[in-house]
Write a protein that binds this ligand. Structure first.
Ligand SMILES: *Cc1c(COP(=O)(O)O)cnc(C)c1O
Length: 429
């Protein structure tokens, strides 16, 4: 496979964009090699500037659950563009998408649309602080909630990938209000509440951790958080930016039967356009301006193109059989990986929830940030490069999830498993 044009473009990009990219993980720093510059995508495939074709398991990091350029979304967007791209005034599309989301997630009675997941979590925390009159929050080590100040403490995703310490530029006075607990360990949360019984506004959690690799919640973990937050008068915030409409139509809250006070959304609900949202009970949400005093605004919020892509995506996902198909495809991939080249001289462990999956290069189960930190990232890097050379675009980090879409076909999975088998074979030499 030839990456000549991508190499030229990457060099040129580095003159204008820090690190050559607009989001760190795209630079392939953790795995090495040249990141392919993408020209187009269709279904499960992406095509780069050198004419290479890849089966894509990044899917733009989650939004593209229908795959690339799905016809119903593309058609609706073409018509929407003709009508104008933004008005800075309300459209009926916002009501339509809000109605679809509140119907899917009963704990969301009202919702506010924003432009990214980062904005959603940042705004939800402001609201939680206003509602409770408290300043501190609890997050989990390895949990990623976007790049807002105060959430970059012990963060997952690119922060974990690049082994960065908590980011410079975040004032210590601000980070002091962020308390960190261990994922899957409600005891560590109970300790913090005991220590600060009247200071904690909210616990924010990815109900399925997906930014330190996929780490499923252990039975009782989410229930424990629900109980503790209720007991201490704090809010429980589910960051479902990845899991919403991904692990089930109703998100992780429906899958595990635990009801949060506030939910953050993004990715899938924008169908591949920039979007975020936060929502919850009417009593809390009506504190947001102009209904209430908590200020939060956005020039492009509720943008008609993003709303259109979201509506069309949810329409497809709400059809019978969509999640069964996602589950069957992802399960066959998991099974294929588990059977590829065993016994291996190194430990691997496939961690999967619905269509989210990580191959950890370690033997122990993925429970929390500490346990996944032991994964062999050098071995992962070699594995990644082997897959790329065979036309498989796997997430370029040990600590990110692979995403399976409705566009992935049995033939894609068979080819992927063959490539993984070959890569495992190569890693043993
Ligand atoms: C992607 C992500 C975010 C941030 O969303 P952006 O749109 O990238 O700002 C927040 N929380 C979780 C769980 C995410 O996966």
């Amino acid at each position: 496979m030839n990456f000549r044009r991508s190499r030229e473009l990457f060099e040129e990009a580095r003159r204008y964009l820090p690190g050559g990219v607009d989001s760190p993980v795209r630079a392939f720093k953790a795995v090495g090699g040249t990141p392919p510059f993408i020209v187009s995508g269709r279904g499960s495939r992406i095509f780069d500037a050198d004419g290479n074709e890849f089966i894509d398991y990044v899917c733009s990091w989650g939004p593209l659950i229908l795959g690339h350029a799905p016809p119903p979304v593309v058609e609706a967007l073409k018509q929407a563009v003709e009508r104008g791209t933004t008005f800075g005034a309300s459209t009926e599309l916002e009501i339509t998408l809000a109605r679809m989301i509140t119907a899917a997630m009963p704990s969301i009675e009202m919702i506010r649309f924003v432009n990214s997941g980062t904005e959603a979590t940042m705004s939800a925390l402001r609201l939680a602080r206003a509602f409770t009159g408290r300043d501190k929050i609890i997050k989990f080590a390895g949990g990623y909630h976007g790049h807002a100040d105060g959430l970059l403490v012990k963060a997952g995703s690119g922060v974990a990938t690049l082994s960065l310490p908590d980011s410079p530029g975040v004032p210590a006075s601000y980070a002091r209000n962020t308390l960190v607990a261990a994922y899957n360990n409600p005891e560590t949360v109970a300790e913090l509440f005991k220590h600060y019984p009247r200071d904690i506004a909210a616990v924010i959690v990815e109900p399925v951790a997906a930014n330190m690799g996929v780490v499923p919640p252990r039975p009782g973990f989410l229930e424990g958080l629900r109980r503790l937050t209720s007991d201490y008068g704090a809010l429980l915030i589910f960051d479902e930016v990845i899991t919403g409409f991904r692990v089930a139509y109703g998100g992780a809250s429906a899958l595990y039967g635990v009801t949060p006070d506030l939910t953050c959304l993004g990715k899938i609900i924008g169908g591949g356009l920039p979007v975020g949202a936060y929502g919850g009970q009417r009593e809390i949400m009506e504190m947001i301006a102009p209904a209430g005093p908590v200020y939060q605004a956005g020039t492009l919020s509720g943008n008609p193109l993003a709303m259109t892509a979201g509506i069309e995506t949810l329409k497809v996902l709400s059809q019978p059989g969509a999640y069964e198909q996602l589950e069957a495809t992802a399960a066959s991939l998991e099974k294929g990986i588990a059977g590829a080249g065993s016994p291996l001289p190194f430990g691997i462990n496939v961690s999967r929830v619905a269509s989210l999956l990580t191959i950890f290069f370690m033997s122990n189960p993925a429970l929390d940030y500490e346990s996944v930190s032991g994964a062999d990232t050098a071995l992962f890097g070699r594995f990644f490069r082997q897959l790329l050379a065979q036309g498989i675009y796997w997430p370029p980090s040990q600590f990110e999830a692979a995403f399976v879409s409705l566009a992935h076909r049995a033939e894609d999975i068979r080819r992927t498993i063959r490539a993984i088998k070959k890569a495992f074979g190569y890693l043993q030499t």
